[in-house]
Design a binder for this molecule. Structure first.
Ligand code: UDP
Length: 242
């Protein structure tokens, strides 16, 4: 049983590439889609923001001679490709999903994103995938997810990653690193821990939107996180709250 009425799920573009190192891995998409459908079927409304790092990042483009704004525009379009891919995977799993975009895309999606259109579609039983980032360069999809999460009045922002939460240090580099089951926004700042980029993090903190960082790559974890039960949650992620 889900604790939350409405969640905003952030998925990185990189996670969609699976082990391939680039692009879209159909198995990964199918696994995510199944997890999303299970939670949607339990009655939780789901908004999703996906990154584009598996295809293009503006900053990477700068190193290759692209103008930053052009590069960011390419990155934002990459998130639309990922959004359409996830929509398709959710439909293949038997679920209902629509794509709203921050940048007008004509017949490609279900229309331009607005809070009210997203709520209308979620109330009608669709998973609302919000593509195109914030629509502005110099931002990330972490920030887009914080912004959309606050806008659609989500109860929680779920950041799906490969790691099962926030650690005292990078667990891939420091074997003594310990995982937090829960931590406050101020502790994250004091201890200079990395949860999301600072713009995204501040937005959540100022608007009292809790964040759960969790391992989305293990099937079943999304459903576990949405139970909101501390014991279940601590096994798969970390809660960041005020
Ligand atoms: N981007 C942007 N504005 C936004 C969101 C994204 O310009 O509001 C661009 C930026 O170039 C970014 C790329 O889109 O690098 C892909 O997003 P992100 O890096 O957040 O993807 P992720 O790391 O989650 O895969």
């Amino acid at each position: 049983m889900s604790k939350y009425k409405r969640i905003l799920l952030k998925l990185s573009g990189e996670s969609l590439q699976g082990k391939q190192g680039y692009g879209l891995d159909p198995e990964m998409l199918a696994s995510y889609a199944q997890q999303i459908k299970t939670v949607a079927d339990s009655g939780t409304q789901i908004g999703i923001v996906i990154g584009g790092g598996n295809i293009f990042r503006g900053m990477t483009g700068v190193g290759k001679g692209f103008d930053r704004v052009r590069g960011d525009q390419m990155g934002m379009l990459a998130t639309v490709i990922n959004s359409l891919a996830l929509q398709s995977a959710i439909e293949n799993a038997g679920g209902r999903a629509c794509v709203l975009t921050s940048i007008p895309m004509g017949p490609v999606g279900a229309g331009i994103y607005s809070k009210f259109r997203a709520l209308e579609l979620m109330n009608a039983g669709y998973v609302a995938i919000i593509g195109g980032g914030t629509g502005n360069p110099f931002f990330t999809t972490d920030t887009a997810s914080a912004l959309r999460g606050v806008e659609i009045e989500a109860d929680v922002l779920l950041k799906g990653t490969r790691v099962n939460g926030v650690y005292t240090a990078d667990p891939e580099k420091d074997p003594t690193a310990r995982k937090y089951d829960s931590i406050t926004f101020s502790q994250v700042i004091e201890q200079r821990l990395k949860v999301m980029d600072l713009t995204a993090f501040t937005m959540c903190m100022e608007n009292n939107l809790p964040i759960i960082v969790f391992d989305m790559d293990t099937p079943g974890n999304l459903a576990k996180v949405t139970t909101g039960e501390p014991e279940t949650l601590s096994a798969v992620g970390t809660l960041v709250h005020n």
